[in-house]
Ligand binder design. Structure first.
Ligand code: C2E
Ligand code: MG
Ligand code: MG
Ligand code: MG
Length: 288
């Protein structure tokens, strides 16, 4: 008798697991067709100067328009793609698409593409990047690759070799989600990054928490003394803009400045976009 209850619970639990596993499997299967079916898109989020509102670049963010489920967020399908190896194809698609779209942009502007650790450690990456630059005519110094620390820790010598090989092409590297990894300082010490992207979590707490504020200040000082520019991620409010001004951080990205949008939207009306960003910069200057 006493044993009946736990058994039932286990059955119930198994059913839920089955359901979740089935859903993931179905999604993974659909993902295999996503490129061929033209279901992937890149959305671009603007990066701009806090002081002037000048557009300094765009980050490319992958979107999957599933025919039944609608827009599937990257947090749902990128981990799946990393598990089954599809990330190599998705990543290659994203890199090519971003370069194609930005190759002939006038005036030219930087585009940043996220790299999965799996992509980064694939032996063919440098050749792939070089081939895509040639094929699309993208000027290398307008391409930035974003990497999180998790890509790096495994093999230092190899990481360094890959970074240097690709940087030799003229492509730059940004360290994404800075401060969330477990050896951020060591990563900066050991590897040649061209930009630090301060993780959104610090900005989330910046207005209320003195600790978060101190960390932001320290990261900016670190960037300054290493000669590496810092960009603050996840800016949603004028309060956060003001903090950046006060702390001397000139690079920002976040919903306040612009949400990720399809290429047609960011390119249709660049003058309007720039005017809006200048107005945001002015408004934060005025409220100081
Ligand atoms: P990430 O590279 O750190 O990108 C920033 C994420 O924060 C994006 O989410 C962006 O839409 C979101 N974000 C930007 N500003 C704000 C803000 O003010 N408030 C809030 N709440 N969110 C903001 P998204 O597009 O859902 O992407 C999530 C993550 O998925 C990315 O984080 C990146 O790690 C990964 N990802 C996206 N595209 C790609 C890709 O092409 N390849 C790879 N390997 N990973 C990608
Ligand atoms: Mg990123
Ligand atoms: Mg990030
Ligand atoms: Mg992130």
């Amino acid at each position: 008798r006493a044993k009946a209850e736990p058994t039932e619970k286990i059955c119930f639990f198994d059913q839920e697991m089955d359901e979740a596993v089935r859903k993931r499997r179905a999604l993974a299967n659909d993902l295999r067709q996503a490129i061929a079916n033209d279901e992937l898109e890149l959305h671009y989020q603007v990066q701009s100067s806090v002081l002037t509102g000048e557009i300094t670049g765009y980050e490319a963010l992958l979107r999957w328009r599933h025919p039944q489920r609608g827009l599937v967020p990257p947090m749902e399908f990128i981990p799946l793609a990393e598990e089954n190896g599809l990330i190599l194809k998705l990543g290659e698609w994203a890199l090519r698409e971003a370069c194609q779209q930005f190759a002939r942009r006038d005036p030219p502007v930087k585009v940043a593409v996220n790299l999965s650790p799996i992509q980064f450690l694939h032996p063919n990456l440098a050749k792939l990047v070089s081939d895509i630059l040639d094929e699309t005519g993208m000027p290398p110094h307008y391409l930035e690759l974003e990497l999180t620390e998790s890509a790096i820790i495994a093999d230092k010598a190899r990481t360094l070799a890959i970074l240097e090989q690709i940087r030799k092409l003229g492509v730059t590297f940004a360290l994404d989600d800075f401060g969330t990894g477990y050896s951020s300082l060591e990563t900066l010490r050991a590897f040649p990054f061209d930009k630090i992207k301060l993780d959104k979590s610090f900005m989330d707490e910046a207005a209320e928490s003195l600790q978060a504020r101190s960390i932001i200040r320290a990261v900016l000082a670190l960037g300054k003394s290493l000669g590496i520019p810092v960009l603050a991620e996840g800016i949603e409010t004028y309060d956060q803009m003001n903090i950046l001004r006060e702390e001397g951080c000139d690079n920002a990205q976040g919903y306040l400045l612009g949400k990720p949008a399809p290429y047609s939207v960011i390119s249709d009306d660049p003058a309007n976009y720039a005017t809006r960003l200048r107005a945001i910069a002015r408004q934060s200057a005025a409220s100081e």
